[in-house]
Design a protein around this ligand. Structure first.
Ligand code: ZN
Length: 129
């Protein structure tokens, strides 16, 4: 082996070591992603351990988190949305009862609280004012 060939091999060797180090850095980053997804799916979401498709794992984690976010038993935000919807329906549906003063007067039905008749609040024909 000539001195030139040895020098050339040293250069190639340095390049290979640099490439190897770059690949190790990339591999470490990929392992961190893999670990994070596995942890989310298996530990947080309680998913199975035998995954083969990474996309399916991500989909499982997303679906699980959406399901939890929409469950009023565990999500305050979901319960707040339900409460807001109920309040809006009550606000729109029930009217103030002239007898008991409760907002329990249902148009067409009467008061759900004191049983005041529908006709008592709304005479059949409105008289001219
Ligand atoms: Zn009433």
């Amino acid at each position: 082996m000539t001195a030139y060939e040895i020098a050339e091999m040293r250069v190639m060797n340095k390049q290979l070591i640099a490439e190897r180090n770059d690949l190790l850095v990339k591999l470490t980053k990929l392992e961190q992603w893999k670990y994070a997804v596995e942890h989310e799916v298996i530990v947080t979401c309680g998913g199975p351990h035998d995954w083969t498709d990474p996309r399916e794992m991500v989909k499982y984690a997303i679906n699980w988190n959406v399901m939890v976010a929409l469950d009023p038993a565990v999500s305050e935000a979901a319960q707040a949305l339900i409460n807001k919807g109920k309040a809006e329906i009550e606000q729109e549906t029930f009217e103030l009862c002239e007898d008991c003063g409760w907002r329990a007067f249902l148009p067409g039905e009467g008061c759900l609280f004191c049983n005041r008749d529908w006709d008592a609040n709304y005479p059949t024909e409105k008289e001219p004012v």
